[in-house]
Design a protein around this ligand. Sequence first.
Ligand SMILES: N=C(N)NCCCC[C@H](N)C(=O)O
Ligand SMILES: O=C(O)CCC(=O)C(=O)O
Ligand SMILES: [Fe+2]
Length: 323
Amino acid sequence: MAVNFSYIPIIDISPLLAKSDDPKMAQDPGVLDVVAQLDKACTQAGFFYVKGHGIPDTLLKGVRDITRRFFELPYEEKAKIKMTPANGFRGYEKIGENITEGRPDMHEAIDCYREVTKGMYGDLGKVMEGYNHWPQNPPKFKVLMEEYISLCKDLASKIMRGIALALGGSPYEFEGDRAGDPFWVMRIIGYPCVSTVNDIGCGAHTDYGLLTLLNQDDDINALQVKNLSGEWISAPPVPGSLVCNIGDMLKIYSNGLYESTLHRVINNSSKYRVSVVYFYETNFDTAVEPLDTYKTRTNGDKRFERAVYGEHLVKKVLTNFVE
Ligand SMILES: N=C(N)NCCCC[C@H](N)C(=O)O
Ligand SMILES: O=C(O)CCC(=O)C(=O)O
Ligand SMILES: [Fe+2]
């Protein structure tokens, strides 16, 4: 359960990455040290920064730069890849189109999802059927983002091995039927500066899946995370790092010991802010319930009913654009 944390810890995960393909990783002192830090961060805050993640800083910056250039384009250009229900809610949405807590968010975004082909998940997947339409402009947008997505997927799967150990399981707890064929979401977001307190870049929400990797602008403090006593704690940029946080499915797997912490974005700076957010999820059609290996740490009781990730996502997507 989230406690009254007052800052978000920074974890150097390089010892975990070095051994994440080693079947004996659970015996490695460097790995165990990272695992202990992950357990503490996931229990106390549900949020942590990762450094030593291996994604080159030039790529982190490159995806933010190309994002900024896209949002600088005129509306007609951006609207060429307009989000519609017909392509599974993928594409560009203008400022105010996304609704959180009943209020329009002061952000624009490109929403991307892993491709869902016709009939792939039967009725469950119908709403999400479609593929990403990438902008032609700026050039190379698609190549750069796809490269980034592939590195994020790899990184998140390795962090999940550490989290599986932290939960007292085998490193491979989140592979196979659970998240061996992980669904993913990416949001490419731009936040204009807002001057009034009523204007919120993105209202308070939790993320839906397993683990979020957030690449935020280096010089703007806008992300806030809620602690147990209801205070909003800043998650200021830590250059070169990624912000990681727990999603709703990992909260269920951990029987509530790891929190999918509420967070929001308010850009009170004088600059336009961008972030590129990758969401690593379970298999689309998997039924998620508290892990047996872990129930002992929560007195053996099961606090959550099973949830199907795809149903959770569809319910969110269908309500994110209606006031
Ligand atoms: N895929 C994820 N996690 N997207 C997060 C978006 C949060 C805002 C959304 N309107 C909401 O209320 O959930
Ligand atoms: O832009 C950010 O810093 C956070 C965005 C976010 O929380 C989300 O898209 O789920
Ligand atoms: Fe979020």
